[in-house]
Design a protein around this ligand. Structure first.
Ligand code: NAP
Length: 198
């Protein structure tokens, strides 16, 4: 299969690209990657598909929003990349994929989850639950057997280490990547695929 992985320079995306490359042709994309795309810019998503052409699958692990306190003063700072890149960007990606993914192919998004709310997590909850609801409902409109799913990781071990936090409850990125591979190669459609912490 020919597969675009967006966010392929990131913690999860690089593990996903590596896992898929064992059996498939992978195009690694991100804002500064070998192939360029900015999820906050629909023209850039269009340009990505014009450059790469028809594909069998698209996987997006890009454009995380950080923790954002509810009392953040500026609207732009509050909504930030969580809304523009992760939520609206991934919805726009699905809309473009309708015409650029081959029959029987797939689109896999990334949502995510917290064990419980922490200060600054409300936007993340909104974005992740919005994406999961979108995937559930949009699946019935996908044409030509194209499947649509989202993967919902909890904390990734490498991310916890990077943040100087206790990594013990995190899932290794390579294990998270296996769930993305299942989404691409398996039969799932309209689902939120949970990654269990090991
Ligand atoms: N890591 C975790 O513990 C964890 C847990 C739950 C959910 N998640 C979710 O998983 C996804 C990936 O997380 P991650 O930890 O792998 O992130 P990461 O290490 O920060 O990597 C993000 C990737 O996305 C690219 N990117 C960022 N903004 C972009 C944009 N506007 N357009 C295109 N590419 C963009 C980055 O490359 P460039 O800078 O080159 O663009 C990079 O390749 C996010 O949605 C995150 O919320 C992560």
């Amino acid at each position: 299969m020919k597969i675009i992985v967006i966010g392929a320079t990131g913690t999860i995306g690089s593990a996903v690209a590596e896992a898929l490359e064992a059996r498939h042709e992978v195009v690694r994309a991100s804002r500064r990657g070998p192939v360029r795309v900015d999820m906050t810019d629909t023209a850039s998503i269009d340009a990505l598909f014009s450059q790469v052409g028809q594909v069998d699958a698209v996987v997006c692990c890009a454009a995380s929003g950080g923790l954002t306190p509810l009392d953040t003063h500026s609207d732009a700072d509050f909504w930030g990349s969580g809304l523009e890149g992760k939520l609206i960007g991934q919805v726009n990606l699905v809309r473009r994929a309708l015409t650029h993914v081959r029959d029987g192919g797939s689109v896999t998004l990334t949502s995510g989850r917290f064990v419980e709310p922490v200060p600054g997590s409300s936007l993340g909850y909104l974005v992740n639950s919005g994406l999961e609801a979108f995937v559930h409902a949009a699946a019935i409109e996908m044409p030509r057997g194209v499947r649509l799913n989202t993967v919902s990781p909890g904390w990734v071990r490498e991310t916890l280490l990077e943040l100087g936090m206790n990594p013990v409850t995190g899932t290794p990125a390579a294990d998270v990547a296996r769930v993305f591979v299942d989404a691409v190669e398996g039969p799932a459609h309209g689902r939120t695929l949970l990654v269990n912490a090991s």
